[in-house]
Each structure stands twice: as structure tokens, then as C-alpha cells.
Design a protein around this ligand. Structure first.
Ligand code: FES
Ligand SMILES: [Fe+2]
Length: 453
């Protein structure tokens, strides 16, 4: 489905040039802390990371560290992860870990032993009377951080005056709600430090234009031409419909080739072997049945419909229920949403592939990149997963994502070249890059993409 035909489509991007300052300037990174990271909603974890009262995780971004705690069966709170006495970080992140995690009913500071309840109230102060009644609850409680949940994710905002999460996430939240991301669970999750700016890392995944050169094997399965739309602060991307078909099934694509029954199974198996996400064992199981269960004369449209319904039925038999999403909504939602500023959700009815990126210190040439594969599992059969630190290599992330990795440091190096004139993204397929910088410029006061003609 083309952009013009899509009802309620977002805005088309114009040919633009993006200055490199946002990618390479140290001064810009410092301003990002104040103007961006301390102002926006950030995806800090998943609700299932803290299932029981007292469970906590931390989330660090530049100088700021946040302690996120399940303070009640239906309540999550977030606090600045700093002791109110003399400023010791309250909960340390173990070396090499993405974040601290555990279960505590009291958070005890290692310096002088002040302790805090999950709701942030200070519960113990040694020799409190020596402060002569000046240590009020207000003065000693942990600083509050805004926290909310959507899509099964925990979001935080360091700005006390921030807009509500739901308002911030629209229209992405309403478009993605029918996919019921909150019912999915981690299949695996990894993080890695890259030698590139966080925007370079995200932008390697928010467009389909790179597929031909970076992932040439995928060309055997179809053209993979795509679109992007600005959606307020956010954006979404999708694939153009193959000729004569409607692109209405999100990530669940037919393989292209002589016999769609065979090509679909081959493509799904290839994706499992090389990405270990985006497809599921059930989708592959159903795809492998196509040759036996459908006649040779089945059209691509019939194959697609049968494959999905077969997989839906097989999953239902094991207690995994896909949401019913109208096909026009699937078409409009595309294949992935870029949630400003630093998260991407590649959604489908039974799985999601999610990325986030954030700075690693104040070096504009470094970032922390996270990949989480989510899936629907039968209740009680969710795998136990942890954030695993990886290296940017095929052994840790599979050959396809590693192909993306292979460009990142080289892009960062190239943009530092004094003779580089700035990014000129494809306005149709790489519009998410333009959208990101248009919105960044509003927070940062510089870096606005300029229209070219
Ligand atoms: S700094 Fe935490 S108790 Fe003193
Ligand atoms: Fe890629």
C-alpha cells in the first residue's frame, strides 16, 4: 500500500540535509543531557523485570541513575538513585552489567547506613536527633522520578513537569495497542557498546533502504522496498506491497520466488537461523506445512492467509493467542515504530524486535545499544532471560544484525571527516532519520534538517 493510499498516514518527508553536529560534537552530547535526556520519556525496562513487591532495577543515562521499584502489587515507583544524606549512589550497578537488579524491602546506603523504603521514604537515620528535628520526611526522601508503563515497558521521565506518558507516545501508542505488546515476554536480550553515536546505531535499523547493499541475501526473498512516515515526535516504517498484493501483515511476509509455499518456509528458516527473532517456531512449523496442505495453484494471497491462520491455530492449541488486528490497521502500522528519541519497536501480532540506544559517557563516538526479542509464550513457559553483554560480532548477534553492525563505526568515522557535507537521507525510505533530527532540533535548538531542492 503506498503512502498516498494509506488512510490517516503520517507526513511525507522532504529531501533534506542533516548537519553532522548531532553525531560528532562533544559539546552537543553535553547539551543532550540537559535538553534531551532529562526531558523525554525513556524506555527503562519491562514490567516483568520487577514482578514482586520489592523487586527493583536501575537505569543509567550519562550522569543520571534511576532506581525503579515495585512498591506495591499494582504500583511501580522510580527515584533518583542517590542517597539524600551526602550523595552516595544508593544502589551500585555491578561491573559489566546493564543495570542493578534484585529484591529489597529496604535500600541501605553503604556510606552511613541511612535506609529507604521502596516508596522512597527514609526509614532509618543513625543519630537522627543530632540534626535537631530538621530531617523531615520531605528533606530525606529519595527524589521522585516520573514513571509509567505502556506496552509492557517501564518508562521514566526525569522532568518533574513532563507531559503524561500516553500523550507523549501518541499516535504510536494507539497504533501499537492492538498488537498487545504487554502480553509478550523476552525471548532474548543483549546489549553492546559501539564505536558510534547513539543516533548512528538507531538509524542503522530505522530504514529499509540499506537492505540491498548490507543484507544482499534478503534480495532473494523479495524487493524489500520501503517507506517511512513522520508521526508527530515519532515515526514508522514499512514495506511497499509486492506487486498485486496488499502489505497488510506487518513483519509476516511471504517469501518471493516461483512457489510461495516453498519460498515462505525457506525465508522463515533463514530468518530464524540468522536473526533468531522476527519469526517464531510456530510460524516456521506452519510454513513447512504449506507444500502438503495447499495446492500448487494457490496464489500468494491465499498462501499468506493460510499460513497465518494455520500458525494462529497451532499457537492457540498450545495456549498462545494472537491478537486479532484488522488488516488495514496492520498495513498502516507498518513494520516498526521509532519512539522519540531512542527506542524502536518492530511489532507483529506474535513477536517484536526492539532496539534502544543511548550515550556511553560524553564521548559522541560511543553508545550503548540494546536488542530485545519479545514473543508470545504459553503462560508459565516464558524463558528466564537476563541482559547479556555482547560484542559487536556475528557470534553474539547472528550474521544479519552483524551486517548492520559492520557499517556503524565506519559511518561514525566517515561523518568526522572534515570534508563530509552532511546526511542526505532518501526522503521516502529513510524518512525516519529526517523525522528524528527535526524533532531533536526542537529540543536541542540546533541541527534542524534543511530542505534541499
Ligand atoms: S551518603 Fe548515604 S548514608 Fe551517608
Ligand atoms: Fe539491517
Amino acid at each position: 500500500m503506498s503512502e498516498q493510499q494509506t488512510p490517516g498516514a503520517g507526513e511525507r518527508m522532504e529531501p533534506s540535509i542533516i548537519p553532522v553536529e548531532a553525531y560528532i560534537s562533544e559539546e552537543y552530547v553535553h547539551r543532550e543531557r540537559d535538553n534531551l535526556w532529562r526531558k523525554v520519556w525513556l524506555q527503562a525496562g519491562r514490567v516483568e523485570d520487577i514482578p514482586e513487591v520489592g523487586n527493583y532495577i536501575t537505569y543509567d543515562i550519562l550522569d543520571d541513575s534511576v532506581l525503579i521499584v515495585r512498591s506495591g502489587p499494582d504500583e511501580i515507583r522510580a527515584h533518583a538513585n542517590v542517597c539524600t544524606h551526602r550523595g552516595r549512589r544508593l544502589v551500585d550497578t555491578p561491573a559489566g552489567c546493564r543495570n542493578a537488579k534484585g529484591k529489597q524491602h529496604k535500600f541501605v546506603c553503604g556510606f552511613h547506613g541511612w535506609s529507604f523504603n521502596p516508596d522512597g521514604k527514609c526509614a532509618f537515620i543513625l543519630a537522627k536527633e543530632e540534626w535537631q528535628d530538621t530531617l523531615t520526611d520531605e528533606r530525606t526522601q529519595l527524589a521522585k522520578v516520573n514513571v509509567d508503563t505502556w506496552g509492557g515497558f517501564i518508562w521514566i521521565n526525569l522532568d518533574p513537569n513532563c507531559e503524561p506518558l500516553r500523550d507523549y507516545l501518541e499516535p504510536a501508542a494507539s497504533m501499537l495497542d492492538p498488537f498487545q505488546l504487554e502480553n509478550m515476554r523476552y525471548k532474548w536480550r543483549k546489549f553492546v557498546e559501539f564505536d558510534c553515536n547513539w543516533k548512528v546505531a538507531l538509524e542503522a535499523f530505522d530504514e529499509t533502504y540499506h537492505i540491498m547493499a548490507t543484507h544482499p541475501e534478503f534480495m532473494a526473498f523479495g524487493a524489500h522496498k520501503g517507506w517511512a512516515k513522520a508521526q508527530g515526535k515519532h515515526s514508522n516504517i514499512g514495506y511497499d506491497a509486492p506487486e498485486g498484493e496488499e502489505e497488510n501483515q506487518g513483519k509476516l511476509r511471504l517469501g518471493a520466488g516461483g512457489d510461495p509455499r516453498v519460498a515462505t518456509a525457506e525465508m522463515q528458516k533463514f530468518i530464524r537461523e540468522t536473526v533468531n527473532a522476527v519469526t517464531t517456531d510456530t510460524l516456521i512449523d506452519a510454513a513447512e506445512r504449506l507444500v502438503d496442505e495447499l495446492p500448487e495453484t494457490a496464489t500468494p494471497g491465499e498462501v499468506l492467509k493460510y499460513w497465518h491462520e494455520r500458525a494462529r491455530g497451532l499457537d492457540a492449541e498450545r495456549g498462545v493467542f494472537w491478537p486479532e488486528v484488522p488488516s488495514d490497521h496492520v498495513a498502516r502500522s507498518g513494520t516498526a515504530w521509532q519512539l522519540f528519541p531512542n527506542a524502536q519497536i518492530g511489532h507483529a501480532v506474535n513477536n517484536a524486535l526492539c532496539y534502544t540506544a543511548r550515550p556511553s559517557g560524553y564521548n559522541p563516538n560511543k553508545c550503548i545499544f540494546e536488542v530485545a526479542a519479545l514473543e508470545l509464550f504459553p503462560a508459565g513457559q516464558e524463558p528466564a532471560t537476563e541482559w547479556v553483554r555482547g560484542e559487536p560480532c556475528a557470534e553474539d548477534f547472528g550474521p544479519v544484525i552483524n551486517q548492520d553492525f559492520s557499517n556503524m563505526a565506519a559511518v561514525q568515522a566517515g561523518m568526522r571527516n572534515g570534508l563530509y557535507r552532511g546526511n542526505i537521507p532518501n526522503p521516502k525510505a529513510e524518512g525516519a532519520v529526517i523525522s528524528l533530527h527535526r524533532n531533536l532540533a526542537k529540543y536541542m535548538g540546533s541541527g534542524q534538517p534543511e530542505k534541499i531542492d
